[in-house]
Design a protein around this ligand. Structure first.
Ligand SMILES: [Zn+2]
Length: 321
């Protein structure tokens, strides 16, 4: 393994599907989303698909026109990611897209996916190569699409998460210094997850813990923020998680207690039902029309809004603490 620990390969820059960009250019960022999920031949019946190219493109253009600038795509390889589609969607819409390597929950993969049977060094090498050389499916392009972050997925209990794959993600993240976005099952075991990464050489300020607003416990959020993690919130469109009594008051509390640099806002629209042009959901544009408008009404302050809606995740992707 290389010895450039804690030095991000695209130091100070963010790696988008079209190449490196300054974090200042990312502006409004959806910190966790899914723009394309391909149906696989022997794919899992659990995996949603998003393959309505024209509708997705129309929605991206609408997002861009409303002031959205960047989207972090959290679909790793092997469960429906298609780096070529991400590149094409980004180029045609002028939305900056950041692609992921890493792994999702096992239920989303074909049973034959090699990762589950491999050793952690081999898996780490695969993640590192996707960051340094490009996503596997794009290596034949003249300019392969590189991953800008490592996405991981933990089960409700950390011990039930495939250990070698998780170790590999930590190895790769420690080696490269890149951002790691970690799916939590409704916030479960978040402190244990953060500690796992820290024990394995990852800096807490590389870590983004996802879906944390599903457990809107301020003390937990404060502790994780103080430890250096960014907390990603995305239940705004999900009535079953009671956003009015959970995520919105939580944001207010985080901001008034000075943690506006520890929150990243996202929409996580893996399901077609959430897309406006596919199924009349709130859509990508909801980040601006629903979420930003609500934040403005809350009077949390423009700087806090900018931090939570882009600057925090942009800096983390660029390796800026
Ligand atoms: Zn997701």
């Amino acid at each position: 393994m290389m010895s450039t620990k804690y030095r991000i390969p695209f130091e100070g820059q963010v790696m988008s599907v079209s190449g490196s960009v300054s974090p200042d250019l990312l502006e409004v960022v959806d910190a966790h989303n899914h723009l394309w999920i391909e149906a696989l031949k022997d794919g899992s019946p659990n995996s949603p698909t998003l393959m309505e190219y024209e509708q997705i493109l129309a929605e991206l253009r609408e997002y861009r026109q409303a002031g959205g600038k960047t989207i972090v795509d959290c679909q790793p390889g092997g469960c429906g990611r298609n780096g070529m589609k991400l590149l094409q969607l980004s180029q045609e819409s002028d939305v900056i897209v950041i692609a992921s390597t890493g792994f999702h929950r096992r239920i989303y993969y074909p049973s034959s996916w090699w990762l589950w049977e491999a050793g952690s060094e081999q898996i780490a090498r695969y993640f590192i190569d996707e960051v340094l050389q490009g996503l596997e499916e794009t290596r034949r392009l003249p300019k392969p699409v590189k991953a800008g972050l490592i996405k991981c997925a933990c089960e409700s209990a950390l011990r039930d998460t495939p250990q070698k794959v998780l170790e590999a993600a930590a190895l790769a993240a420690a080696e490269l210094g890149v951002c790691v976005e970690v799916h939590t099952e409704k916030g479960a075991d978040a402190e244990a997850i953060l500690n796992f990464f820290i024990r394995n050489g990852v800096r807490p300020n590389q870590v983004v813990l996802c879906h944390m607003d599903k457990v809107p416990d301020f003390v937990l959020h404060r502790n994780l923020a103080q430890a250096g993690a960014i907390l990603e919130y995305d239940t705004f469109y999900r009535p079953k998680y009671s956003p009015d009594t959970h995520v919105w008051p939580l944001i207010e509390k985080m901001v008034t207690n000075g943690f506006d640099q520890s929150v990243a806002i996202a929409t996580d629209m893996a399901e077609a039902a959430m897309w406006k042009h596919i199924r009349r959901g709130p859509g990508l544009i909801g980040l601006l029309t629903v979420i930003r408008s609500h934040l403005e009404e809350m009077r949390v302050g423009i700087t806090s809004i900018q931090n939570m809606m882009g600057r925090n995740i942009a800096n983390r992707l660029a390796g800026i603490a």
